[in-house]
Design a protein around this ligand. Structure first.
Ligand SMILES: Nc1nc2c(ncn2[C@@H]2O[C@H](COP(=O)(O)OP(=O)(O)OP(=O)(O)O)[C@@H](O)[C@H]2O)c(=O)[nH]1
Ligand SMILES: [Mg+2]
Length: 444
């Protein structure tokens, strides 16, 4: 859905990338084009203005990283500001330490409340939690049946009640859930075509009567700017904790996704990527920003930065290692750095508390690096992000694609898995056995 925006930004950055030196005028010209591209993607004009100002301020003159060319510098700043525009870090649901956690779905008619309630129920159930779906939409006769059908499909309970009063239903459901030891209660409320006072009244009464831990505003991304305006009103009149942006699988221009956090101050927590029950994805600002900028660009930018390692990059990597969030892509980047940085020992040296540990350096020579690079290049992005999906047939394909043997692929994966395991141990504070890992050999 961000295809048009991505294409336009890419064209802007292509012009910048080739230059050795950027004048203030070049940056301004580029930012004018970024501004247009964002407006065309239906991003709120105030948000665009603020965004462009911030980037410009940071990109002109200041913050020059030795390892990046000025053009890359601008792209980096745009990426960072985009991440921050989208909310910075991932926002998860608040789960109550004293179950049941009550989640209330709100939003206009047809935005996807009921479907999202079903999707969330499915996720919680997969985590082994006992979920109760509560149909609190008594306006539309078919609504209750719709939720019950979803509950059956997911394999969770739906609350039944004789009452036609949404507030009474929600209260009764909460009491019932407490008595019956449910862990999550999801209230599916009614929608309207437009915001009206009776709807807001009803929702406010439910909110005060049941005190949900999490009010999720469900917005249809296809409605563009309108979704953002409605979100603003809902937040003022009712207040919510997070946004679910549905129908991102459609051809929405994406402006809603980019504006909603800035306008409401509330983060996007999930995105709906289809009608099916498995089509709900947690929202990661950095991943979305990378997607908008075109993953390839960002990756090559990072690779470039890694070519000339400086302390800042190294510290970032050390942080990643410590958080054990690194994947095969990082692994590859790291192997390249290892040589430049004087072995893994010096990377470890940048992790607080580990600087005094003596570690044998991994034995890395150029030929091995080329091989590892080729193997990882033959993987799909999904495989790089999650090595556990690489089964036998995938291994054979990767070996063929990289001109290596299946044994080489196996060895690399084994080593990577070991490394990941070790990172987890480090995170848990157990630092034994580290030498063994870093003393390990790379595939030949
Ligand atoms: N493509 C796509 N369709 C979706 C998504 N989420 C919901 N839908 C569809 O949108 C339509 C409306 O969804 P509902 O979940 O019934 O919406 P609602 O907010 O509960 O609507 P009311 O109960 O009438 O207020 C259905 O046809 C869903 O299948 C999504 O992420 N992608
Ligand atoms: Mg509904």
């Amino acid at each position: 859905m961000f295809d048009a925006l991505t294409g336009k930004l890419d064209a802007v950055f292509k012009k910048l990338r080739g230059r050795g030196v950027l004048k203030e005028e070049d940056v301004k010209e580029a930012m004018r084009e970024v501004r247009l591209a964002l407006l065309e993607a239906d991003v709120n004009f105030k948000v665009v203005k603020e965004f462009v100002n911030k980037v410009q301020e940071r990109a002109v003159g200041r913050e020059i990283l030795a390892s990046l060319t000025p053009g890359q510098q601008v792209i980096k700043v745009v990426h960072e500001e985009l991440v921050s525009l989208l909310g910075g870090t991932q926002s998860k649901l608040h789960l109550s330490s004293n179950p049941p956690t009550v989640i209330m779905m709100v939003g206009l008619q047809g935005s996807g409340k009921t479907t999202t309630a079903g999707k969330l129920a499915r996720n919680f159930k997969k985590d082994g939690r006992k979920v109760l779906l509560v149909p609190a939409d008594t306006r539309r006769p078919a609504a209750i049946e719709q939720l019950k059908t979803l509950a059956r499909q997911v394999g969770v309970d739906a609350f039944t009640s004789e009452s036609m009063d949404p507030v009474a239903i929600c209260r009764a459901a909460r009491d019932f859930a407490e008595r019956s030891l449910f862990e999550v209660v999801i209230l599916d409320t009614a929608g309207r075509l437009q915001i009206d006072a009776p709807l807001m009244d009803e929702l406010r009464q439910i909110k005060t009567g049941v005190k949900p831990h999490e009010v999720l505003f469900v917005a249809d991304a296809m409605t563009g700017q309108e979704a953002v305006n409605i979100a603003e009103t809902f937040n003022k009149d009712l207040g919510f904790d997070g946004v679910v942006l549905t129908k991102l699988d459609g051809d929405a221009r994406g402006g809603a996704a980019l504006s909603v956090k800035a306008v409401t101050g509330r983060p996007i927590k999930f995105t709906g990527m289809g009608e099916k029950l498995d089509a709900l994805e947690p929202f990661f600002p950095d991943r979305m920003a990378s997607r908008i900028l075109g993953m390839g660009d960002v990756m090559s930018l990072i690779e470039k930065a890694q070519e000339t390692v400086n302390a800042e990059e190294a510290a970032k990597l050390a942080k990643k290692l410590k958080q054990s969030s690194f994947d095969l892509e990082d692994f590859r980047g790291q192997l390249k750095q290892v040589k430049k940085m004087g072995g893994l020992g010096s990377i470890m040296g940048m992790i607080p508390g580990m600087s005094k540990m003596k570690l044998p350096d991994a034995d890395v020579n150029d030929k091995e690096l080329v091989k590892v690079d080729a193997i990882i290049s033959s993987m799909t992005p999904r495989e790089r992000a999650n090595h556990t999906i690489i089964n036998g047939s995938r291994r054979a394909r990767i070996a063929k694609g990289s001109g290596t043997q299946v044994q080489d692929v196996n060895r690399l994966l084994k080593q990577f898995a070991e490394m990941q395991k070790m990172m987890k141990m480090m995170k848990g504070g157990k630092m034994k056995d580290m030498g063994r890992m870093f003393g390990g050999r790379l595939p030949r």
